[in-house]
Design a protein around this ligand. Structure first.
Ligand SMILES: [Zn+2]
Length: 330
């Protein structure tokens, strides 16, 4: 499942009239657009094979019953949900519902949902949510992953995060949207770190070990960490280092003045946040730097001038706009 889905009235199916059906070996696609039905079916088959080879190291046999994919194409945020049941080590009752633009369906939603089916075929038991969703999110397009990574960086280390010992064993989604988003973000954050370290197949072996023993042993065996907390901290340090590298590209000049109340406010609230992100911020008093202020065309206070790799890229009056500009450019 992709959590964006929950933010929308889901899948506005209007009955089966006018639905085109396209069958491949393992999927049956239902979609109003015949061309898209073919594209979705072929993409699902392609990712089923590719995911199996990349994550498991071998292809998986065809399913005896195809997995239906119900497509709702349109200008929605990409989303999807795949359900199946396990019984005595068998998977059955597949059902996949997806929605979004054709680009988001083909590049993110289908690769994501199909990984859930490949994992279900392999593990034949429910996986902890962080691992299942983190890995599926790893298969999405970079543009979709970026906001999830950003959210992780915002919550990890704060009271909003799910403590690692709880996160790793959660079999269900939290019961509120904010909590679900955090679960996805932290899951992806940890999975991305582990996969970048040792690859996809090691991650699958790690999940098997965790199932047979426990999380601490699995982290020791596959990644050399003493326990889950050490692994989580290492992931945090790695992500943080990338933040620092990005931040070092930027420089911010802040023009302030003696009688500027907003300047005082910003210095107390915004400045520490920017500096905490590793940004270099120079505070310049307008009256003492008249020449520079004229060159930069400063006409009100406070004013922020942003440089990227030494080149001026923006002039802003609103400190809030400043944070969002820097965030977007990451
Ligand atoms: Zn999912």
């Amino acid at each position: 499942m992709r959590y964006f889905l929950l933010l929308l009235p889901l899948l506005l199916f209007e009955g089966d009239a006018g639905l085109f059906e396209y069958r491949t070996k393992n999927f049956t696609v239902y979609c109003r657009d015949a061309t898209l039905a073919v594209q979705v079916g072929e993409a699902a088959e392609h990712y089923r094979d590719r995911h199996a080879r990349e994550w498991l190291g071998h292809p998986i046999p065809n399913w005896y019953a195809p997995c239906p994919i119900r497509v709702n194409a349109g200008d929605y945020a990409g989303g999807g949900a795949t359900t199946f049941s396990f019984d005595q080590g068998q998977v059955f009752g597949w059902d996949m519902q997806v929605q979004g633009t054709s680009q988001s369906l083909l590049e993110s939603v289908i690769p994501h949902e199909v990984l859930h089916t490949v994992f279900a075929s392999h593990f034949r038991r429910p996986l902890p949510r962080w691992a299942d969703e983190g890995a599926a999110t790893y298969e999405e397009a970079e543009a979709e992953k970026r906001p999830i990574r950003e959210l992780a960086r915002e919550v990890v280390g704060t009271e909003r995060q799910i403590p690692i010992r709880r996160l790793l064993v959660m079999q269900n989604y939290p019961d509120n949207l904010g909590g679900i988003a955090v679960l996805y973000a932290q899951g992806f954050y940890l999975v991305e770190y582990l996969i970048d370290r040792e690859g996809k197949q090691e991650f699958v072996r790690f999940l098997d070990t965790a199932y047979q023993t426990n999380w601490d042993t699995a982290f020791q065996t596959h990644y050399g960490f003493q326990n889950q907390e050490t692994a989580y901290t290492a992931a945090w340090q790695k992500h943080n280092k990338i933040d620092q590298q990005i931040a070092s590209r930027y420089e911010v000049k802040m023009f302030t003045g003696a009688d500027c109340r907003q300047c005082e406010e910003d210095r107390r609230t915004i400045l520490p946040q920017l500096r905490a992100r590793g940004l270099v911020v120079k505070v310049l008093d307008y009256d003492r730097n008249l020449e520079q202020a004229r060159q930069e065309n400063v006409i009100g206070l406070p004013t922020y001038i942003i440089y990227e790799n030494g080149k001026r890229i923006a002039k802003l009056r609103e400190s809030r706009a400043l944070s969002s500009l820097l965030q977007r450019r990451h």
